[in-house]
Write a protein of this length. Sequence first.
Length: 113
Amino acid sequence: VQLVESGGGLVQPGGSLRLSCAASGIIFRFRPMAWYRQAPGNQRELVASITPGGTANYADSVKGRFTISRDNANNAVYLQMNSLKPEDTALYYCNVNKSTDYWGQGTQVTVSS
C-alpha cells in the first residue's frame, strides 16, 4: 500500500488549499479513506473521512470549512480547505485501513500572515 500526499504549503489566514492523496496497492473503490493531521506537540487527530460511497464525516473544528472528496476512477482522495486558520497548521496525512493503518509521508500546511 502506498499513499502519496501533495498540495500543502504556506497560506495566509482566510486562504484556501487543496490537498491530494494518490493511493496504490489497494482496491481503492472499496476502502474508506481519511485525512488526519498532527501539529507539533499534539496527537494525530482525524480531520475528515469518506466512505466508498462518498459519505463524509468531519471533525467539529473543520465542519463548514473543509470538504473531503474522492475519485474512485483515479484512486485519489482530496481535502479542500477553505477559510484556513492558524490553528489548522499541521502535517496532514492520508490514511487507509487495510487490516492495519497505512499512512503517507504527510504534507505540511502552514497558515500564517
